[in-house]
Ligand binder design. Structure first.
Ligand code: PHE
Length: 459
């Protein structure tokens, strides 16, 4: 049998897993969801979910990946008890990875476009309305949406084709280190904007009255879904990286490291964006366009803004690309696990397939704008995002947890043995067995069902 590829270093593993986790979820979604649900109170709930759900599920995924040495396309086949049907999980999980990319590449394309436009001075002299109009123009243009999406798909596939160590690991490592550095600089810059204090207090001082406006259950559902989304857990996107590491370290410690890196970037994204919203009078609750209509204003008002702005969007591209590359790596690994086709062929097929699958979202704000599946103002992106973030990820996380803690699955003992194999790192505590086995699944289920009722119940 061919030997499985491995990462060259632990730093590579951590930065790539963090690269998969850190993405548009942190820099684009987290700020706008936080804005929508009222700031700091939402952030607190989200933190709580990261801690009580995110870290255990991430550890479970890494353990399944490392124990099986397979992607989610085959991992349960290897680990499940004979005769059970856990391996059916591969279908929703694989579908989830494809669906995620179907909208993610379009938003990543907006980032690339904004980088180019910023660098070319395309925002110079525009006022806040002008910047808003420029975003509407971007959405309305099929050529921009398709063109940049195609660029994202082809360039990321190309990197994956170069191999795990030479392509994915090499490129992602550099991008992530650069991203982490620049975010700090920009956050400091934004905090000291005149008029930004109000934004800081919106972001950091909990105001629980806001929760009442949407209803606590909807907010809980949004916070839980965001916790799963930001850590990339519930459909094997992180498990794959467990399959590329050796048994030198215990997995809980690695899961904590990844969560800390991911959370720092989300927090910094908020520190960059909210002060800027208040300083320039942009509504923080306005949805997916948030960073595209806020930040060009900030950079316009800043000495050297064109350069800073271009750098900012370049690094947003890095965040998005590192996730796309990670998930593409996973998609290719599925078919390497499932078939004997050579990698080159799988990649070529996927370039064509992805370009087709990604089209509806790229056309969603223009040609297909009248398709509003989730109510007025929604679009293809919202539908695809809803299926993945609010369904596949929470339910998939539930399956990972049950698989790792119940006898009818892989079971607690096997899970613990894998998670705690290694000479360094935090151990998974045996004392929380009952919590993992019963309470954690119930929390996910409860929030999921209540969330559904609150979203669809009143319609
Ligand atoms: N965590 C990624 C982000 O924040 C999104 C993602 C979700 C990636 C699920 C893979 C799987 O952008």
């Amino acid at each position: 049998m061919e030997k499985r590829e491995k990462f060259a270093s632990r730093l590579g593993f951590l930065l790539i897993s963090a690269g998969c986790a850190i993405g548009l979820g942190n820099v684009w979604k987290f700020p706008y969801i936080t804005g929508k649900y009222g700031g700091a109170a939402f952030v607190l709930i989200y933190f709580l979910f990261l801690l009580i759900l995110g870290i255990p599920v991430l550890t479970a995924e890494l353990a399944v990946g490392r124990a099986s040495q397979k992607s989610v396309a085959m991992s349960m086949d290897v680990l499940e008890p004979k005769g059970s049907k856990w391996h059916w999980f591969k279908y929703p999980a694989m579908a989830g990875n494809y669906l995620l990319m179907m909208f993610y590449t379009t938003v990543a394309g907006w980032m690339v476009y904004y980088f180019v436009k910023m660098a070319a001075g395309g925002f110079v002299g525009l006022d806040a309305d002008g910047v808003g109009a420029a975003f509407n123009h971007t959405l309305g243009s099929p050529a921009i949406n398709i063109g940049f999406m195609v660029f994202v798909v082809i360039s990321c596939m190309f990197i994956v084709a170069k191999g795990l160590q030479n392509g994915v690991e090499k490129i992602t490592k550099v991008m992530m280190l650069a991203l982490l550095g620049l975010m700090v600089v920009l956050a400091i810059r934004s905090i000291f904007l005149p008029g930004g204090e109000e934004g800081l207090s919106f972001y950091l001082k909990p105001d629980f009255t806001k929760l009442a406006e949407y209803g606590l259950t909807e907010v809980l559902f949004a916070a839980m879904s965001q916790a799963f989304f930001t850590l990339s857990i519930g459909m094997g996107a992180m498990a794959i990286f467990g399959s590329y590491i050796d048994r030198g370290r215990r997995l809980t410690g690695e899961a904590i490291c990844i969560t800390i890196l991911d959370t720092s970037v989300a927090l910094m994204a908020g520190l960059i964006i909210f002060p800027a919203c208040f300083a320039y009078g942009v509504d923080p609750g306005q949805g997916p366009g948030l960073i595209f209509v806020t930040l060009p204003n900030v950079f316009n008002a800043m000495p050297g803004g064109r350069l800073w702005g271009a750098l900012f969007f370049l690094f947003m591209c890095f965040a998005a690309f590192s996730t796309v590359i990670a998930v593409f790596q996973n998609l290719i690994a599925f078919w390497e696990d499932l078939t004997d086709l050579p990698k080159k062929k799988i990649v070529s097929i996927h370039i064509v397939l992805m370009l087709i699958l990604c089209l509806p979202c790229a056309l969603g704000y223009n040609v297909l704008a009248s398709f509003q599946p989730l109510g007025a103002g929604s679009g293809v992106l919202d539908l695809e995002d809803f299926i993945v973030s609010n369904n596949i990820l929470p339910l998939g996380s539930l399956i990972y947890v049950i698989f790792c803690s119940w006898k009818m699955g892989w079971g607690w003992d096997n899970f613990m043995a894998e998670a705690n194999t290694g000479d360094h790192g935090v151990k998974f505590p045996n004392a929380i067995r009952l919590y993992i086995k019963y309470i954690l699944p119930l929390i996910i289920l409860f929030v999921f069902v209540m969330g559904y009722i609150s979203i669809f119940g009143q319609k």
